[in-house]
Design a binder for this molecule. Structure first.
Ligand code: FMN
Ligand code: SF4
Length: 663
């Protein structure tokens, strides 16, 4: 049985559609491109335009007069501001809508649609720009094709389950509503199957006893575009492709019903799955943290994802030490073996949008755990399996040392500092116990936004707090925190740290001209949290990023870091410079309790630590940082000629200084 291909064509009017985007990190452009693809597939005349390049003053009124529809994708940034380059468009709209000299009917001929991109965790500024643009357009009498769409990156709160799903639902509504807009004068009418403007009744469509495609305009009919899931989209894509005859088997413009049946079946299955998902949501089941779009972005950056909220990645120093080319600064400062180090996180989400973290601006954010949770055994085993899998890829790679490779298959250290906020994971304590149970040490880094979680944390080998700035103002600028009471949380976190008995560390990342001249404030913070160690590192610059204004000018030279450290140490009682890792532009200040008879003991006796943890688990016998310290080798002590480079390793100079970072 055959069905005439033309009878499925739902395109009723060809429109001129200009799709604008205003973006900082590319999401709005991605959605604009997606709509553009669909618009052209549906036969519309579409164009994608960056708001940066568009002057509304010269063009917007005439768009309406020429029957052009406009669709705007625009994101919201810090304190509710528009993304870079879109300011003028937004300002012009605002001024025009409030200027009494400009007629209120200025844009009366313009049909428009707005989709805002934002995150509801920024409560009062949520999608502020999208909402404002919609309001100003309305005030100037432009006609909304449908209500403003609000895309919410906050998966837990978003209406449909995240940005992509919000967009898909809005898009579906957009196409549906667009069929109903009555402006025949502005739309280009579709032709009938014969190619003529008006049907003469002899076209193929009529042979099937149906209506001609040129007569279908106002018909609601079966909604081929009622799709929201990926599978449904794929099925729809097949149908869309079919419109130009490129996908389904067609003979002389006819389609096998068998092919169409397959497509319909896929759509049906996907719809059943969607219904199930929706019903799970209506019963209050939490959503997954990582959306398919995020997953794709993270995997592209080299992350291996575990379950729905955890990840591992092979650190560059792990690879370096497998080859005998030197370990990271934690090797010099604390004796970790970088080739046996697993860099992981059980929570890819965190409560900040730090400028240093520009590589990961795709990360989910949240102020509390509102997502589906994987159990700690799954996360632990998944991390281990994936890490070992990544190490195995180095088998036989030229330069990799056989004994290091064998050791690498049995990780001894876990750096919980990959990306995100590990302490947000509600089962973090159990996860740490699993690590220790396998003889793996724990180096956990937190962003100092969850003081209670710090207090409730079981003993870890070394607990870090990131001190990205020393004043409320600079912390806001650098960490771009989600919490309104971020400063109070920060201070309380430092107080919670001071109550810990095991090793504690402040980690300072110096960004020249941003946080390097607040020495007295840093000294105050040290007296508050009383850390055992202070690691000071120059920021790493890995290239230009749209999400951060960091430039090469912000990267301090090693001498500048040394100078800062000396000045800071002068302000601190009971601290001295202990070690250095020039290779990664990092210096260690230590409390002098780790200096025994004039010699530094900043390294860790790992077997002793594991024994102490065992005793603690059995009898709650507490222990302190001094109980598991080990002597620092001479090459790692500050002032040594090796500058923290282990002499058994061979230094390798990269041609291009790409990423000297690490965790
Ligand atoms: C530093 C920063 C500040 C943000 N501030 C807001 C905000 O105030 N309101 C909001 O709704 N979303 C805010 N967001 C979320 C963005 O709008 C969201 O990530 C969006 O997807 C970005 O889209 P784009 O890539 O097109 O710029 C912020 C994001 C970042 C990184
Ligand atoms: S930089 Fe971090 S992840 Fe890499 S080897 Fe060192 S401790 Fe491990």
């Amino acid at each position: 049985m055959e069905l005439h291909a033309n009878s499925r064509q739902k395109i009723t009017k060809k429109r001129k559609i200009k799709i604008f985007y205003g973006t900082q990190t590319g999401n709005a452009k991605m959605l604009a491109d997606n709509l553009y693809r669909e618009a052209t597939e549906r036969g519309h005349e579409a164009e994608v335009i960056d708001l940066k390049t568009y002057d509304p003053e010269d063009n917007l009124v005439t768009e309406g007069e020429n029957g052009v529809w406009i669709v705007l994708f625009v994101s919201t940034y810090t304190d509710g501001t528009p993304p870079e380059g879109s300011e003028w468009f937004c300002k012009w709209l605002e001024e025009s809508s409030t200027d009494f000299r400009i007629p209120k009917a200025l844009l009366k001929d313009l049909h428009y649609a707005v989709f805002g991109l934002g995150n509801s965790l920024y409560t009062e500024n949520y999608n502020a720009v999208g909402k404002k643009v919609d309001r100003f357009l309305k005030e100037l009498s432009a006609k909304p094709i449908l209500p403003v769409g609000l895309g919410d990156e906050n998966v837990a709160e978003s209406l449909k389950g995240g940005m992509e799903k919000d967009f898909t639902a809005w898009k579906k509504e957009f196409w549906k509503k667009s069929k109903k807009v009555k402006d025949d004068d502005t739309a280009v009418k579709d032709t009938c199957g014969t190619g003529k403007k008006t049907c003469d009744g002899k076209c193929k469509c009529k042979e099937d006893g149906g209506k001609c495609s040129s007569e279908e305009e106002e018909e609601e009919g079966e909604d081929l575009y009622e799709t929201t899931t990926e599978e449904e989209d794929n099925a729809e894509e097949l149908l869309n492709e079919d419109r130009d005859g490129s996908s389904l088997q067609t003979t002389n413009g006819v389609v096998d019903l068998e092919d169409l049946g397959k497509v319909m079946q896929t759509m049906k299955k996907a719809k059943v799955r969607r219904k199930k998902e929706e019903s799970a949501q209506s019963t209050g089941e939490p959503r997954e943290m990582v959306t398919p779009m995020l997953k794709k972005a993270l995997e592209k950056q080299g992350y291996r994802l575990i379950g729905s909220h955890s990840g591992v990645k092979l650190c560059r120093w792990t690879k370096s030490m497998l080859r005998g080319r030197g370990g990271c600064y934690k090797h010099a400062f604390y004796g970790i073996e970088s080739h046996r180090c697993m860099e992981t996180t059980p929570s890819l989400a965190c409560a900040n949008k730090c400028v240093f973290c520009w590589r990961h601006h795709t990360n989910p954010v949240g102020t509390e755990w509102r997502w589906k949770m994987d159990d700690p055994n799954t996360v632990f085993q998944g991390a281990l399996d994936n890490h070992v899998g990544l190490i195995k890829q180095f088998k036989g790679v030229p330069g990799v040392k056989a004994e290091r490779f064998a050791e690498g298959l049995e990780p001894q250290h876990c750096a919980l500092s990959l990306v995100g906020e590990p302490i947000m994971y509600p089962e973090i304590n159990r996860f740490i116990e699993l690590l220790h149970g396998k003889g793996i040490s724990s180096f956990l880094v937190t962003n100092a936004q969850f003081p209670d979680a710090i207090s409730n944390l079981v003993p870890v080998t070394q607990l870090y707090v990131s001190i990205d700035a020393s004043t409320k103002e600079s912390l806001k600028k650098i960490d771009r925190p989600l919490f309104k009471d971020f400063w109070e949380r920060f201070i309380d976190s430092l107080k919670a740290l001071s109550a810990k008995r095991q090793r504690t560390v402040y980690r300072l990342t110096l960004v020249k001209a941003w946080n390097t001249d607040e020495l007295d404030n840093y000294a105050d913070l040290v007296s508050l949290g009383k850390p055992d160690f202070i690691e000071i590192k120059g920021v790493t610059y890995c290239g230009e990023s749209k999400a951060s204004s960091l430039t090469m000018q912000n990267v301090p030279w090693h001498e500048e870091v040394v100078h800062f450290v000396k000045q800071l140490t002068d302000r601190l009682d009971g601290y001295e410079i202990a070690s250095e890792h020039e290779h990664s532009n990092c210096i260690l200040i230590a409390n002098t309790k780790f200096k025994v008879d004039g010699e530094w003991w900043t390294w860790i006796d790992y077997p002793k630590f594991h024994q102490l943890v065992k005793d603690f688990n059995q009898s709650q016998k507490t222990f302190s940082a001094e109980d598991y310290m080990a002597k620092t080798p001479s090459w790692a002590v500050f002032g040594a000629k090796e500058q923290g480079f282990d002499p058994v390793e061979t230094r390798f100079f990269r041609k291009k200084q790409k990423d000297i970072g690490g965790c």
